[in-house]
Design a protein around this ligand. Structure first.
Ligand code: RB5
Length: 149
């Protein structure tokens, strides 16, 4: 397991409260929450927040990223435009487990208007407690990366 315990968090205005709850939660699990905001619930644009978080993961500054918007979908799309990012929206713990185990996802997107806080924390746990399995999945992840060239 990587020594980098830093997890970047970002969101748009639709998910400020859940983002803060997740930041507090992951700290209790031994992770270092790097919450890059925004701080107020003033309407903002999810692509810039998804991209800012993605760059922190792609650069290696943070091991993982957790990003949120109303559905998780828009901010996920923005993050996946950054080279090296593999981000999936999850609404259930099984999917969160599998995007780590099979897809080596380095970012998790959540929809604050879709899931409740309790489920969100279970999804976060599943994501952070699952290792990439490698093997045949390595080839497929490399195929995803090759699409970035
Ligand atoms: C904001 O109203 C909303 O569009 C955004 O949070 C997100 O759901 C977009 O994908």
């Amino acid at each position: 397991m990587s020594e980098n315990k830093r997890i970047v968090l970002s969101s748009d205005h639709a998910a400020i409260g859940l983002r803060k709850a997740i930041a507090d939660y992951i700290q209790t699990k031994g992770w270092d929450a790097v919450d890059i905001g925004p701080i107020t619930s003033e309407s903002t644009h999810y692509p810039k927040h998804g991209a800012a978080a993605a760059h922190k993961v792609a650069s290696g500054d943070c091991r993982f990223g957790i990003i949120l918007c109303g559905t998780g979908q828009g901010i996920m799309m923005a993050a996946n435009k950054v080279k090296g990012i593999r981000c999936g929206v999850c609404c259930d713990p099984f999917s969160a487990q599998m995007i780590r185990a099979h897809n080596d996802a380095n970012m998790l997107a959540l929809g604050a208007r879709v899931i409740g806080d309790g489920l969100a924390l279970e999804i976060v746990d599943a994501f952070l407690n699952t290792e990439f399995e490698g093997g045949r999945h390595e080839t497929r992840v490399e195929m995803i990366s090759s699409l970035e060239q």
